[in-house]
Design a protein around this ligand. Structure first.
Ligand code: DAT
Ligand code: MG
Length: 138
């Protein structure tokens, strides 16, 4: 099992000033930040990142939102990183997220849900490499 996952702080949470609080929660939960950058996705890049959802009814809205402002991308390291990070962020829809989770605390809605977390070791590697070069992935 890999010990890395990939996350983005999404445009809603960046615009609402939650970068520091979210990174603090990530550190407090025992994750090491292995790579970090603030950047912005073009609509084309956002569409590529979320290509797996291309046929879903919310795809257009998702791509528009994810390219609407700056994001913070990070690779995180911890034992059991993928599963433990999904627990820390909570359910996709913040209405269903457990108290204390990042989405419960900071998400606005199911579409504007503050953070991304990879859903498998394989996707964590693919997504981390989407944003970071080998040199950046220390
Ligand atoms: P997750 O981000 O929890 O892995 P997902 O992979 O199913 O969720 O969907 C990717 C993103 O797409 C999600 O974070 C927000 C958006 N999304 C998912 N379901 C949605 C819905 N029913 N309406 C609007 N946006 C949705
Ligand atoms: Mg997902």
């Amino acid at each position: 099992m890999s010990n890395r996952t990939f996350t983005m702080i999404k445009p809603d949470a960046v615009a609402n000033g939650h970068i520091g609080a979210i990174l603090e929660k990530i550190n407090a939960a025992g994750f090491r930040i292995a790579a970090l950058k603030m950047t912005r996705l073009s609509a084309e890049k956002a569409g590529e990142f979320y290509a797996v959802h291309k046929e879903r009814p919310f795809y257009g809205e998702l791509v528009e939102f994810m390219s609407s402002g700056h994001i913070v991308a990070a690779i995180l390291e911890k034992d059991n990183a993928v599963e433990d990070f999904r627990k820390l962020i909570g359910a996709t829809n913040p209405a269903n997220a457990e108290p204390g989770t990042i989405r419960k605390l900071y998400a606005e809605s199911v579409g504007r849900n503050a953070v991304h977390g990879s859903d498998s070791d394989e996707n964590a590697e693919i997504e981390g490499s989407f944003f970071f070069s080998d040199l950046e992935k220390f």
